[in-house]
Design a protein around this ligand. Sequence first.
Ligand code: 4AD
Ligand code: MG
Length: 462
Amino acid sequence: MASIREILSRDPDGATVVVKGWVRTKRETKGTVFLELNDGSCFRNVQCVFDAATLDANSRNALERAGTGAAVAATGSLVSSPAAGQTLEVKASALELIGEADPETYPLQKKQHSFEFLREIAHLRPRTNTFGAVARVRNRMAFAAHSFFQERGFQYIHTPIITASDAEGAGEMFQVTTLDLDAIAKGGKSVDYARDFFGKRSYLSVSGQLNVEAYCMALGSVYTFGPTFRAENSNTTRHLAEFWMIEPEIAFAELPENMELAEDFLKRLLSSALDDCAEDLEFFDKRIQSGLRESLEAVRSSKFAHMSYTDAVAELEKRKDSFEFKPFWGCDLQTEHERFLTEQVVKGPLIVTDYPKELKAFYMRANDDGRTVRAMDVLVPRIGEIIGGSEREYRYDALVGAMKAKGLDPAAYGWYLDLRRYGTAPHSGFGLGFERLIRWVTGMENIRDVIPFPRAVKQAEF
Ligand code: 4AD
Ligand code: MG
C-alpha cells in the first residue's frame, strides 16, 4: 500500500493502486460516483472515480455506505484526470468499507466549522484541511530544529520534566504529589512533604534550562527540546499551560554569539517551512493569513535588527498615545509594544537586549551599569516575543546576590551554584516557544490551534 503523497508523485500509467484513507466528500452524477480520499500524508486528496454499474455487489454496497468520514480502501488504476486542479485520479474497480461514519452523528460535515467548534472535537479535528496541515508543519519544524543543531554538532540532552527547582524563579509551577490531599484536609493536619513521593515539594518543570546548563558545562554545545509547564493564569491566544520549548545552550559564548545563533536558527526553520511544507503553506497563505509566504520569504533574506531595551522604550515613548499600556523605562514590554517595535519601527524581526534586571530571571548576567542584564528577546511580526534568552551569570558571588535580591533561597539551588564553583565559564542560551513558532509560520491566530491537545486555564479535555 502506498500513501497518497507517494501515489500523487507517480505517472498516470494505468498501474493498479490501492488507496486507504478517509472519505472527505462523495459526489454522484449519472451513475458515476466520486470519492475524495485523504490519508494525511499530504494536503491533497486523491479522487477515486467509480462507475457504479461495473462494480460487484460488495463494492456497490460499500460505496453506498461510504460517506464523509468513513475509512475505506479503493482499488483501481492510476490515470490522468480530466478534472481541473488535479493531474491524477484513480479509476476505481473495487471499494472496501473498513470503518463506517454515521452521517447522522459524524461531527465533521462538509461545511466550514469554526475553530472554536473544532477545539471541542480535538480528537477529530486532525481530519480537517487546517489541522492536518498544522500537524504536518509541526512535524517538519521539529525535524528541522533537530537537523539544525545536529548539523552544528550540538548534543541533544533529555532534561527532566519533574523537578524540585523553579528554573525561572517566578513561582508559576504545577505541583506534583502523591499525597492524599483530601485526607490531609479532612484530618486538619498540615502537609508533611517529607512523606511525599520525592520527599520534598516537586513540580512540573517550567524550563529545561538549568539542567541543560549543567551539560553545557561539560559537552559544550547542547540543546533540549521537550514539554514545559506554566501555571500562569493567562487566558490569551499566546499562552498555554503545557507547551514545547527548544533550548540551546552554548559554552564560552557571550550574548552576540547567542543572538547570531537565534537568527540563524529561525531563518533555517522558516526556510524549511517554505521549502518542505510548500503545499501546506500555500493553503495557509490562501485561507488563513494572506501574504504569509511573502512575509516569511522576506524574513529569510533579512538581517535581524538589534536594539537595547532602553532604545526600544525611547521609540515607544515617541508614540505613547497609540498604546493601551503607557510605556516607561522599567515597564515590562506588552505584546502591543513588542508588535509595534517589530511591525512598525524596524519592519522585521528585532532582538531587544539589556532589559532592566527587575524584569528578568535571576540567572541572567548583570551588566556593569548595575541596572540591566544581558537578556535578549527576539520579537517577530504578528507574534511579538518568540524567543527569550540571555548570557548567563557565571560569577558565583553575583549569582548568589541576584538570587537573594529576588527573594530566592540560594540553598535551594545548590547543585546549580556548583556549576559556578567548579570550572565556571561564560555561556549563553535561549528558549524558542515551539507553538509560537508554529503560529508564526502557519498564520494561525490562536495558540490552542497549533498543538494537538491544548492545555490551558480550565482546559484539559482529551
Ligand atoms: O522567555 P521564557 O520564559 O524563557 C525561558 O524559559 C528560558 N529558560 C529560556 C532559556 O533561556 N533557555 O520562555 C521562552 C519562550 C518564550 O519566548 C515563548 O516563546 C515561550 O517560551 N513561552 C510560551 N509559549 C506558550 N505558552 C506559554 N505560557 C509560554 N511561556 C513562554
Ligand atoms: Mg520571556
